[in-house]
Ligand binder design. Sequence first.
Ligand code: TMP
Ligand code: ASP
Length: 237
Amino acid sequence: MEMKEQLYEGKAKKVFATDDPALLIVDYKDDATAFNGLKKGTIAGKGIINNRMSNRLMAMLESKGIPTHYVKELSQRETLVKRVQIVPLEVIVRNIAAGSFSKRYGVEEGVVFDQPTIEFSYKNDALGDPLLNTRHALALKLATEAEIASIEDYSFRTNEILKTFWASCGVTLVDFKLEFGRLPDGTIVLADEISPDTCRLWDSKTGEKLDKDRFRRDMGGVEAAYLEIMKRLEANL
Ligand code: TMP
Ligand code: ASP
């Protein structure tokens, strides 16, 4: 698969065309940002870990009936994916109160919900990714009703699969963000990445944070946390 021109550079990844118009190559960087790019830094080796982790988890989801963009890992940082049109929604599933949920609703971090929650943000950096409900998404024509139904269904099913898997690694899946895309025939598939950048992962016994919150909150031990979570994943696949 020949890599062609760079199509896009995001905060954590670059995207390249290939000689097949249906396929793209994603290249994971070590760059880290938070708070809509206000905080910038580097997490050494993050790109390698996120690439591997995302690919392993997408392959697991695919085997359990969740369609994804994942095709093939090409190198430590590069993966071949299906070209999709990204649905401009950030989908957040939560099992436990943390982060913006705790802040917005005045709930202590760590409160366990009886049932998972879901919320959507409009993926738009200029607007600061504002929270919206599904009727707002319809009004803005970001997705159709049928697409939103598929996205919700896949998101909750993904939560059950990942929660069970991470529990087997001694890790609690607190919350995570997903993005979806449309294949040329309109099929909705899981896209973007699933990594410690996009999930909150707490050690089940100690509650220690093993994710990007260590970077967002200047807690130190960022690289060590990414390595630890990757070690747990590899040991339990
Ligand atoms: P939040 O509590 O800050 O809304 O974050 C919820 C989850 O979404 C958390 O696991 C981190 C992830 N997330 C992203 O992947 N990208 C983002 O831009 C934000 C704000 C959160
Ligand atoms: N990566 C996101 C940003 O820079 C935020 C985050 O993950 O906290 O906006």
